[in-house]
Ligand binder design. Structure first.
Ligand code: MG
Length: 222
């Protein structure tokens, strides 16, 4: 009887041991099989997290937000008036009719910059009904516009312009114009580009009765 009890206990012990071994083996088997899946899920989560960080970094990369503005101006030309274009006086027998010095290029630049800044146009800030601007040097308009942009934390990145007139030839004067305009705007000279066109003898500009300018300006926020 005594022996039989011991044998039974031994048998139960062995059976429990085997069961424990079997249970441990099952868990090991499950973990071994699940490991690739766990690794795969972990890898995917890691990649998604890196991508999210990447997108956030791209959004906040510090790249300046750019703004573009367009400017246009035209002045009639009459005999006996000074021809001022791009801040310099050119030898010619006609000049623009205007309240200020009638610098068509400076005015178009002004409008392009103010447009890019969302600050209205040249007439908003320098109305031709104001006697104080009579005969004014238009470079003052550019300097004032530069101040307005500074207050809005805007930097002039680039100014590209086309001046359209039949005569005189403007190309030879561009280096000096660029220097003067860049000085008024406080930008490097290579941030301003000028081009000249004729109007092929067509319309008022082509007949030498007017001079016009188109300008595109790019600003960045800082
Ligand atoms: Mg004008």
């Amino acid at each position: 009887m005594f022996v039989g009890r011991h044998a039974l206990e031994a048998s139960l012990f062995q059976r429990n041991g085997r069961r424990k071994q079997t249970q441990t083996g099952d868990w090991v088997l499950i973990l071994v099989n699940a490991a690739p899946l766990v690794l795969l899920v972990g890898f995917c989560l890691f990649v998604m997290s890196r991508m999210r960080k990447g997108f956030t970094r791209f959004e906040n990369s510090g790249s300046p937000l750019l703004r573009t503005g367009i400017g246009y101006d035209l002045h009639r030309l009459e005999y006996g008036r000074k021809l001022v274009v791009g801040g310099i006086e050119l030898p010619f027998d006609k000049g623009p009719v205007g309240h200020s010095d009638g610098d068509v290029l400076a005015h178009a630049i002004c409008d392009a910059l103010l447009g890019a800044a969302g600050l209205g146009d040249i007439g908003t800030h320098f109305p031709d009904t104001d006697a104080k601007w009579a005969g004014a040097n238009s470079l003052r308009f550019l300097e004032y516009t530069r101040k307005l942009l500074d207050e809005k934390h805007l930097t002039i990145q680039y100014v590209d312009a086309v001046v359209i007139t039949e005569k005189p030839k403007l190309g030879p004067h561009f280096p000096k114009m660029r220097e003067v305009l860049a000085g008024a705007l406080g930008i490097p000279i290579d941030h301003i580009h000028l081009k000249a066109k004729t109007n092929e003898g067509v319309d008022a500009v082509g007949h030498g009765e007017a001079i016009a300018a188109h300008v595109v300006a790019t600003l960045s926020e800082r």
